[in-house]
Design a protein around this ligand. Structure first.
Ligand code: SF4
Length: 327
């Protein structure tokens, strides 16, 4: 298994993959940083994926097709996306080995431990190796937590950088040492920096955005995202060294009510004025917007994105109106 590249469809216990000497590749990050992510979506549609399926899933499919060195995929079958099942099947059809991983809906510790141990069996590693990998990755995670703290507490970091460093903790860009150097360089550049002046503090909740200019657009208008909910969860921001507990505390796979506990705590701690709830077109998570709206006691703007693109005129107008309302 040495140095084999292993695709992942979302955050999984990546410690297991690193412990086996393999390289995890978060397909979402590869898709969205492709020079032409829209082309990848179109390729999947040409292959037969329906138009009314989420663009992330189509992008993931074409990304695996393009990267022929990814012959193994760890796919989250529970706790992420129901479309992953069909994605797995279409990839199996072209010969990709699929290893399923399920987060138990009720956060049951025994079931989660069993899933992690089954994954360890598939990769042929033991707890000692996995915990060594955890120790190494935690050194980097701590530095990324510091970037997050500098975002909301010291006002030194913009929303995009906060998003980017945290989202990359799903796979550490396949090279933890190189990623750590990037993090160190970024932190060093912040020394002595002037605090940012945006007056409006925003939370961004939901799956990461498919458009890449949202954060810059907000900051041009005097509003800054100081809390990226899902991206922060990708850093497993919990001090415990117990790996199973770590992935039990991780909120993203476990339903909206558990996620709302984290969101409510963080928006208060970070003195957020308004919340952007991002909902991807054709995503089942759009339904959860009605629960978010009932439970959160802050102004909420629900944004919908479809294809990888820049913000469209209508979305810009809605953002303008929201920021104006918060002023
Ligand atoms: S945005 Fe929704 S539908 Fe699309 S991959 Fe993510 S969970 Fe699935």
């Amino acid at each position: 298994m040495k140095s084999r590249r292993v695709g992942i469809t979302t955050t999984v216990p990546v410690e297991v993959i690193y412990a086996a000497g393999c390289i995890p590749v978060d397909l979402n990050n590869v898709f969205i940083t492709d020079p032409n992510p829209g082309g990848l979506v179109e390729e999947a549609e040409l292959a037969g994926y329906p138009r009314n399926v989420c663009a992330w899933i189509k992008g993931l499919y074409s990304t695996v097709l393009r990267h022929r060195d990814i012959r193994t995929l760890v796919a989250v079958t529970q706790g992420d996306c129901s479309n992953t099942h069909a994605l797995m099947e279409t990839l199996e059809l072209i010969g990709v080995e699929v290893i399923p991983f399920a987060y138990p809906f009720d956060r049951d510790r025994d079931l989660l431990a069993l899933q992690i141990e089954k994954l360890m069996d598939r990769f042929g590693v033991d707890w000692a190796a996995v915990n060594r990998a955890r120790g190494r990755l935690d050194q980097i995670r701590r530095k990324v937590w510091e970037i997050d703290r500098l975002t909301w507490q010291e006002n030194l970091v913009g929303g995009w950088d906060n998003h980017l460093f945290q989202v990359n903790c799903s796979d550490f860009k396949g090279d933890p040492d190189a990623f750590e150097r990037e993090v160190d360089d970024f932190l060093a550049r912040l020394k002595g920096a002037e605090p940012r002046r945006e007056k409006i503090r925003l939370a961004y909740i939901g799956v990461p955005p498919i458009m890449d200019d949202l954060y810059d657009y907000l900051e041009e208008r005097g509003a800054r995202v100081v809390y990226n909910e899902t991206q922060r969860q990708f850093t497993l921001p919990f001090e415990t060294g117990d790996l199973v507990e770590r992935y039990r505390l991780y909120s993203y796979p476990y339903g909206i009510f558990y996620r709302l506990e984290d969101i409510t705590r963080e928006v208060e701690r970070r003195r957020v004025h308004g919340v952007i709830h991002y909902a991807q077109s054709f995503c089942f998570r759009q339904i959860e917007d009605l629960i978010v709206r009932q439970r959160l006691k802050l102004p909420i703007l629900t944004l919908e994105g479809d294809k990888p693109n820049r913000l469209d005129a209508r979305t810009r107008m809605r953002l303008d109106a929201f920021i104006e309302m918060l002023q």
